[in-house]
Design a protein. Structure first.
Length: 92
């Protein structure tokens, strides 16, 4: 990981909502394809296991918490590009 963007986000599930931080970075595969990955950090420890929607920067991504651990998510290329443009302050 070379550059990690830290983005404020909200975790939503039926009847609950928690603030968190979404760490986002890009990785290259052996074929040269670039993937944008993210992980949830700084979330409320009392967030129960189950399905969630992560809401951030006008985007929504589905994820799951199992055994206290969050599923690692790959973001679509459009979301990844949008987040990196926003994080480095480039006007669109």
């Amino acid at each position: 990981m070379s550059f990690v963007a830290r983005i404020p986000a909200v975790l939503r599930a039926p009847d609950v909502e928690f603030r968190c931080t979404l760490e986002v970075w890009q990785e290259s595969s052996s074929t040269g394809r670039i993937f944008t990955r993210c992980r949830i950090t700084d979330e409320a420890p009392e967030a129960p296991d189950g399905p969630y929607q992560v809401v951030f920067a006008n985007h929504r991504v589905n994820t799951w918490k199992t055994g206290g651990a969050w599923e690692l998510v790959f973001l679509s290329p459009e979301i990844g590009a949008d987040l990196f443009v926003r994080s480095i302050g480039v006007a669109s």
